[in-house]
Design a protein around this ligand. Structure first.
Ligand SMILES: [Fe+2]
Ligand SMILES: [Fe+2]
Length: 308
């Protein structure tokens, strides 16, 4: 349902008409979405270059170097105790040589997209846990996309799709903290998916809000689709593979107890995803193990990316 929504306030209300949603909530939500800052230019350029196997090390350093704040954070992360390099890494080019192209690009993407969402202590979901979940899903989505031998572009976009899949939740928590608290309370009391009570209290589910953010940031169609349909895989008429990978990564990350984003219901893999993945228990367990070994990296990522 959400996947076909046109980007207008009236379409939003028709798309979420299962509950009576106060008009004023829609209007406020619409206004807040309009005020969302654009994606930092560096992030837009990095997104454009995803899947482009021609991008060279020098291009990547130049791109990240366009934003000194982001470049400095990437270097801080590279020099953090997690990586444990004996010598100070002072240039992006050097960082790419020792850490690899993909790692540095993913670090920069995470830093640049997180810039718009600072950690606030008042948020109804612990934002450290939120980002831990998001980074866990990003890493897990990439592991699974590789295992499924999906095209390079999909593998590369899967990280970002995982990182941003719940961005609508973050937005709702920051802009409507009281409404979101009520949505969480109802979801826990009624044991229903959080999307149901988000619609009731915030005017739209996080999937729809996330879709709007992704469109505003001009993210590629596959990412818009994934953010919009990560809880409704069966509706993904195109880009099914990426939606399926993120849906599966979401469930696995939650099952691995990495991060927490408020949902009361235990994670489940949808049947179409299970059959597409041909996921046997052993394979899922292996993915979980690989994910666990990379969690520490995700935590380090988080601390520096959010400036804490
Ligand atoms: Fe979600
Ligand atoms: Fe999630």
């Amino acid at each position: 349902m959400h996947g076909k929504v046109k980007v207008t306030a009236s379409a939003m209300s028709s798309a979420i008409s299962t509950e009576a949603i106060p008009d004023e909530l829609q209007i406020v939500l619409e206004r807040e979405l309009m005020d969302l800052p654009p994606l930092p230019l560096v992030a837009s350029r990095l997104v454009e270059a995803l899947g482009d196997t021609e991008t060279a090390v020098s291009d990547l350093s130049r791109l990240i170097g366009m934003d000194q704040g982001i470049a400095a954070k990437v270097l801080r992360l590279v020099n953090s105790s997690y990586y444990g390099f004996a010598r100070q890494v002072t240039t992006l080019g050097h960082a790419i040589v020792i850490l690899g192209f993909n790692t540095v690009r993913n670090l920069a993407l995470a830093v640049a997209t997180l810039e718009n969402f600072p950690i606030s202590k008042q948020a109804p979901i612990d934002l450290n846990h939120f980002w831990e979940h998001s980074i866990g899903v990003a890493v897990c989505a990439q592991i699974m996309a590789r295992r499924k031998r999906l095209p390079v572009k999909v593998v590369e976009e899967a990280f970002l799709a995982g990182l941003l899949h719940d961005i609508g939740k973050m937005f709702l928590c920051q802009h409507f903290p009281e409404n979101y608290r009520a949505a969480l309370e109802d979801a826990w009391a009624e044991k229903v998916p959080i999307s149901v009570t988000e619609e009731r209290h915030c005017g739209a589910a996080h999937t729809l809000v996330g879709r709007r953010i992704a469109e505003r940031w001009n993210l590629p169609p596959a990412l818009v689709m994934t953010i919009s349909l990560h809880h409704n895989v069966a509706q993904a008429q195109s880009n099914f593979e990426m939606v399926a990978v993120v849906n599966a990564a979401d469930a696995l990350t939650r099952a691995t107890k990495i991060g927490f984003v408020g949902d009361p219901l235990p994670p489940t893999l949808s049947p179409e995803v299970v059959s597409w993945l041909q996921a046997d228990a052993k394979m899922l367990q292996e993915v979980q193990e690989e994910l666990k070994t990379r969690v520490q990296e995700a935590r380090e990522f988080l601390k520096l990316a959010t400036g804490k």
